[in-house]
Design a protein. Structure first.
Length: 328
C-alpha cells in the first residue's frame, strides 16, 4: 500500500482512502502544487527519497517536479517520484488538443473525395481575391469573419449567402475555410448533394452506424460549409437527412455557412418553397418549415450582389483567344 504525503497538511493519503499523520517523519510538504494535478506519473522512475535533499523545482514555472511518497507496505520507506509541474501540464494539454484536432481532420479528410476541397478550392484564398467595386464589401465581410473567429464561435454566427450564380458566394466561403484551416481550425466545404452521397454510401457500407458516424463528424467540425443549397434532388429521404445535418449543427451550437442561388430576401418565399417537400401520405406539400426555420435561426441572411465572375472571366477568355489568333 502506497501512502502519499499530502501537500497541505503533513498527512498521508493511503490508496485505501485512510488518512494518517506523518509529520513526525520530518517530511516537508510542498505547498505550490495544484491539488488537481496528477500526483504520480510512473513508479518505474521512482527512487528512494533523500530527506535531506530539497524537492527539485521547475526553472520555468517554479512548481515542484517531484514528490515524496511514503510506502507503508511492504518496504516502509519513502520514495521520490516525478509529477507534472504547471508548464508540463500546459504542454500536455496543448498536445492533447492538437492530437484531437488532427484526429478530427483525418476523419474530415475521408470526405475529401466527395467534397469541394480540390485544386480550385485551394486557390480560393484572400490572397488570390480579384478586387472589384462590386465585391469589395463581400471581401471585408469574409475577412472580418475570420479575424473575429473566436467571437463567431462563441455566439454561433453562421451565414446564409444568397445571390445569382457566379457572384462570388462560393469563393468567399472557400476563402474563409482556407484562412481558418491555415490557423488550425477544422473545416469542411462540401455541396449538399455531395454530403448526401456520403451518407448514402456510409449507410450502404456500414448500416446505421456508418450514417451516425457521418453526422457525428459533421457535428465535430468547427466550421461546416454547405454549398449550392437547393440544387439537390429532393426526396423524403434527402429532406430528412438535410434536416438532420442542419439540426446537428444547431444542437452542437457550431457555425455553418450556406450558399444558395435561391432568392432568400425578406419578401421572397422561394427558399421556403424549395425546402418544402411533397408528402406522399397524404400527397400534400409539407410546409412545416423545419429546415428553413433552423437555417434562419443560425445564419445571418446576406445577399451577395454584383456581376457574375464566371461571365466576366468568359469575356476575358474570349478576348485572350482572339488576341492569340491575331484577330484583334
Amino acid at each position: 500500500m502506497a501512502e502519499i504525503i499530502n501537500n497541505q497538511t503533513h498527512t498521508a493519503v493511503s490508496s485505501r482512502g485512510n488518512f494518517r499523520d506523518y509529520s513526525h517523519k520530518g517530511v516537508e510538504p510542498d505547498t505550490n502544487i495544484d491539488p488537481e494535478a496528477p500526483i504520480l506519473q510512473t513508479v518505474v522512475n521512482a527512487q528512494n527519497a533523500n530527506q535531506g535533499v530539497p524537492l527539485p523545482i521547475c526553472e520555468v514555472c517554479g512548481e515542484f517536479t517531484h514528490k515524496d511518497v511514503y510506502f507503508a507496505e511492504p518496504m516502509n520507506t519513502t520514495r521520490r517520484m516525478g509529477i507534472a509541474c504547471r508548464c508540463r501540464r500546459e504542454k500536455d494539454r496543448r498536445y492533447e488538443e492538437r492530437e484531437k484536432r488532427l484526429a478530427l481532420q483525418r476523419r474530415l479528410d475521408k470526405f475529401r473525395a466527395y467534397s469541394l476541397m480540390d485544386a480550385n478550392f485551394e486557390n480560393s484564398t484572400f490572397a488570390n481575391w480579384e478586387m472589384r467595386d462590386d465585391n469589395n464589401k463581400l471581401y471585408h465581410l469574409a475577412k472580418e469573419y475570420c479575424n473575429n473567429w473566436e467571437s463567431v464561435v462563441k455566439n454561433n454566427r453562421g451565414m446564409l449567402l444568397h445571390g445569382v450564380a457566379g457572384c462570388g458566394k462560393s469563393y468567399a466561403s472557400f476563402a474563409i475555410a482556407n484562412e481558418l484551416y491555415n490557423k488550425g481550425v477544422s473545416a469542411l466545404a462540401i455541396s449538399v448533394s455531395g454530403i448526401l452521397d456520403i451518407i448514402r454510401d456510409s449507410f450502404d457500407n456500414h448500416g446505421e452506424m456508418g450514417e451516425q458516424d457521418v453526422f457525428r463528424t459533421l457535428g465535430e467540425a468547427s466550421l461546416l460549409i454547405l454549398d449550392d443549397l437547393g440544387v439537390e434532388y429532393r426526396t423524403p429521404w434527402s429532406y430528412e437527412r438535410l434536416y438532420k445535418i442542419i439540426d446537428t449543427r444547431s444542437r452542437v451550437k457550431k457555425p455553418i455557412i450556406i450558399t444558395t442561388n435561391i432568392n432568400a430576401g425578406d419578401n421572397s418565399t422561394d427558399l421556403i418553397d424549395n425546402l418544402s417537400i411533397e408528402d406522399s401520405r397524404p400527397r400534400t406539400i409539407n410546409r412545416s418549415n423545419r429546415i428553413y426555420s433552423r437555417i434562419v435561426g443560425m445564419c445571418a441572411q446576406i445577399e451577395v450582389t454584383g456581376a457574375s465572375w464566371r461571365i466576366q472571366k468568359g469575356e476575358k477568355n474570349l478576348e485572350g483567344l482572339l488576341h492569340d489568333l491575331g484577330m484583334v
